[in-house]
Design a protein around this ligand. Structure first.
Ligand code: GTP
Ligand code: MG
Length: 138
């Protein structure tokens, strides 16, 4: 059974959408096996998104992720990584399919409500960035 790291981003926590977004995960058969609300510093956001350090939007992305609390969570299920990315929808909400989280809730390509790991390697790295083994309750 697979696990993936999910983040409910500042634009969504600010608008009180945590419950509605979690309902989407649960309806899709994803189980929330760990979850906590944290407020990242810009430095921590920068470490988490280090792979994007060379991209033009990196500074803006880190500042945004540190602007309000986020909810970090581990989702578990069959094919959880891909399934979560389907539920999330395309990065840019203008391209996101009907019924996806980003179609319903995202404000823009930057303020796009959720993050999800994109591979087994990034899921392992990202889960251990935020959680210890003791915090994962299958
Ligand atoms: P994540 O699940 O958040 O990683 O999204 P993704 O995999 O769909 O997108 P990607 O990894 O390419 O980009 C990471 C994040 O950077 C996106 O989710 C956006 O929040 C942000 N981002 C991507 N492109 C832009 C952009 O053109 N402008 C801004 N401001 N942010 C962007
Ligand atoms: Mg990504």
């Amino acid at each position: 059974i697979e696990r993936t790291l999910s983040i409910i981003k500042p634009d969504a926590t600010k608008r009180n959408l945590t419950g509605k977004i979690n309902a989407k995960f649960e309806e899709a058969g994803l189980r929330i096996v760990a979850q906590k609300r944290i407020h990242l510093s810009a430095k921590q956001a920068g470490q988490f998104y280090a792979e994007h350090a060379e991209r033009g939007f990196y500074g803006e992305l880190c500042e945004f992720m540190a602007s309000e609390p986020v909810v970090v969570q581990v989702l578990e299920g069959e094919g959880a990584i891909l399934k979560n990315r389907e539920v999330m929808g395309a990065t840019n909400p203008a391209n996101a399919a009907e019924g996806t989280i980003r179609k319903e809730f995202a404000l823009s390509v930057g303020e796009n409500s959720v993050h999800g790991s994109d591979s087994p390697e990034s899921a392992a790295r990202e889960i251990s960035f935020y959680f210890s083994g003791l915090e994962l309750v299958g």
